[in-house]
Design a protein around this ligand. Sequence first.
Ligand SMILES: *Cc1c(COP(=O)(O)O)cnc(C)c1O
Length: 253
Amino acid sequence: MNALLARLDEAADCALETAGPGHLAYIPGSGLYSAALAEFYNRAVNRYGGLASVAPDLAALEESVIRWMARDVCGLPEGSGGLLTSGGSMATFSATVAARHDKLGEELAGGTVYTTAFAHHSVAKAARLAGIRAAHIRTVPHTPDLRMDPEAAAAMIRSDRHAGLRPFLLVATAGTTDTGTVDPLPQLADLARREDVWFHIDAAYGGFFRLTARGSERLAGFEEADSITLDPHKTLFMPRDGDPLDQGVGQVE
Ligand SMILES: *Cc1c(COP(=O)(O)O)cnc(C)c1O
């Protein structure tokens, strides 16, 4: 065991230390000792949580985390729900499938998605996995401040619909991975409602800044989303990968 642990330590030392005090380079930043202990505990007791009846208190704990994120962090209305996934990519994929189901039903032909060049690559990947043609994943132009241009988005959606396509999903980013830019959420929410397309906000990295005064000002408009991706293994320093603490929340009927 000692030899094995020494070998693992050696491997871990030969890697980026995102929790180091001088580290500014890259978003992933897990490193909380308390979270590591919680993870250890979880793996050790290894309770099955797929049914509330077999672990009622643990299910309630999970529900309270989802409620906190949906209602308190994102300001979504009463009755909103969510699920815990392995990360932001899976959260956006879940939201994309929900949008597709809601707006397109069983017939996927012509389904069209709108986002910007600054969206995380998982947005296009989710659309492809959900059965959307690559040619129908639209890159909406951005304004000089690198935010999605709502008028350009409106024009694209209308012209696609005119051409017989079926616009069904608009994906805004609240804190782009490269520049931290926040798309104009209230305007895009209005547009989505007018055009009857699902409005998803990818807030994987930026969403939890709503817990701060400045962040909640910059990130106004979450309340209007149909679904939101949040990534506690970014801004909340939770452990990464295959972990139930990576989450997405959204409104349900
Ligand atoms: C990191 C990130 C993702 C992907 O999250 P994973 O947890 O790595 O799957 C998606 N969108 C944005 C904006 C991100 O910063």
